[in-house]
Design a binder for this molecule. Sequence first.
Ligand SMILES: Nc1ncnc2c1ncn2[C@@H]1O[C@H](COP(=O)(O)OP(=O)(O)OP(=O)(O)O)[C@@H](O)[C@H]1O
Ligand SMILES: [Mg+2]
Length: 308
Amino acid sequence: MDTAHLETRRFLIVTGKGGVGKTTVCAAEARQLEAKGKQVLVTMCNAKERLSEMLGCDVIGSDVRRVSHGIWAVNMDPEKALEEYGQMMLKSKVLYGLLFDNKYVRSFFAAVPGMHEWSMLGKAWWHTTEKNPDGTLKYDVVILDAPATGHGLDMLRVPKVILDVVPPGLLRRDAQRAWTLFQDPKACAIVLVTLPEEMPTSETIELARALRELKLPIAKLVVNCLLPPLFSPEERATLEKAPASRAPKNGGESAIGSARDRSIRERIQAESLKRLSEALPVSPSFLPMLFCDAATKDAILELSKRVT
Ligand SMILES: Nc1ncnc2c1ncn2[C@@H]1O[C@H](COP(=O)(O)OP(=O)(O)OP(=O)(O)O)[C@@H](O)[C@H]1O
Ligand SMILES: [Mg+2]
């Protein structure tokens, strides 16, 4: 699979298990794309916002804001996004107000399955179409910091649900345009983020299978928090036979115990990488485990050089 031209894609969807480093990867990708001269918008899904720490800027709210020369960001609020969408569809704030004070209209939107998810996914997609006054595209790349696995999948299924259940009209037309973009491997890339550990690996393989069923283009796998191996497989086997780590009399950790724990982590890492390479048709990018606070501007700049 072609991962060389990720920067030529218009839409990047970053997903993976909770806490594996999705937002970190979004920030690092955004910095890398910015360094290549791109204008990038990072969209978050009503997140407990930490991207601002990673980019070294003020808190990112529900209005799109320029964060640096080439990076823009927004933390999408579903209610507000839906309102914006409604106003855009009706091309009038007044008309929207009139309609939305109407309980039947409100209940229509509430009844469309996935409208909550679509309000954010649809908004992120819409930003890929947004233009400057001179007619050029406002953003070269839009990155979606998608929800973790299950919720992320639910969100990505929504355009298809809309196509299945919503009668022809503007909503359906936009869902069709978004779905066409998401399925186009030249325009869209799914970036899977994982840790080289047992559970995240299983969840990533499962997620990749579900994404393939949806015919969404998995273009990149980022294995985050990689440990540099200290032991060979033979040394690992010997160390794992050593007694489990226990506190020695002086209260510190025994050296052999720590070496054993580390060798177990390295074995699990090696097994996870093997499982990932067997199950996924993409060669991974590796981000090292940083032994400092990774949610800082400098740490992200460092990671951005590695997230090839
Ligand atoms: N390579 C790394 N080395 C050290 N710490 C890291 C690394 N990558 C991420 N972290 C830290 O791990 C934590 C989780 O990262 P992050 O917030 O990016 O995960 P997430 O997948 O977006 O989580 P959530 O599912 O809650 O949105 C953060 O504190 C982050 O700074
Ligand atoms: Mg996150």
